[in-house]
Write a new protein. Structure first.
Length: 195
């Protein structure tokens, strides 16, 4: 393959994340609005409860995935550190939520990972906001320390997304939208019922 043809192919493939972003923009914006900001510890507790419920469901679903051959990439699990943060802030155990996601094929899995790995991009800003509330990697904001520690994880995911064979953007977008919808359910729920 000529150098110009390779560059042209690489550029076309690199558009996948932007295509997914466009296909998920509406629900992503709704989720951002539901998550909101946190200027007080109580607002942070609400954020933490929603995120904890979401990541417990998704991390649990990912434990049952049969990973495609040749994939060395694995997402960073957050449920355990979120649980520690919740204990710090005296958030009671939350009722489990059924993730109801089909991650059985590569494109669907990539769509779900797009949402999870993309969430790390804003974690540095959230970590600074948490620090202003007195929360850090030793108390209440462990998950933000984990999420913001390594931008290379996002780069590794993008490489995987770009190089995936037989990529079905419709399937990936449907999966990404389902994951965003699950997160939205978790953050819009005002009633967190103890187990």
């Amino acid at each position: 393959m000529s150098a110009s043809r390779w560059k042209e192919n690489r550029l076309a493939v690199s558009e996948r994340r932007f295509d997914l972003r466009a296909r998920t923009q509406s629900i992503h914006e709704r989720l951002d609005a539901a998550v909101g900001g946190f200027d007080t510890v109580e607002q942070y507790r609400r954020y933490l409860a929603g995120l904890g419920r979401f990541r417990t469901a998704v991390d649990g679903a990912l434990q049952h995935v049969t990973w495609p051959a040749g994939w060395s990439f694995r997402p960073t699990a957050l449920a355990d550190v979120l649980e520690e943060d919740a204990i710090d802030l005296k958030i009671p155990p939350l009722k489990d939520i059924d993730p109801d996601m089909d991650l059985s094929d590569e494109s669907a899995l990539l769509g779900a990972l797009y949402v999870l790995e993309g969430s790390t991009l804003g974690s540095r800003v959230l970590r600074q906001r948490a620090a202003a509330l007195g929360l850090d990697e030793t108390f209440g904001a462990r998950h933000l320390a984990v999420m913001s520690k390594d931008i290379a994880q996002w780069q590794s995911f993008l490489l995987l997304l770009d190089e995936a064979q037989n990529f079905d953007v419709e399937r990936a977008a449907a999966s990404a939208n389902a994951v965003f919808a699950l997160a939205l359910r978790c953050f819009e729920s005002d009633v967190f019922v103890a187990h």
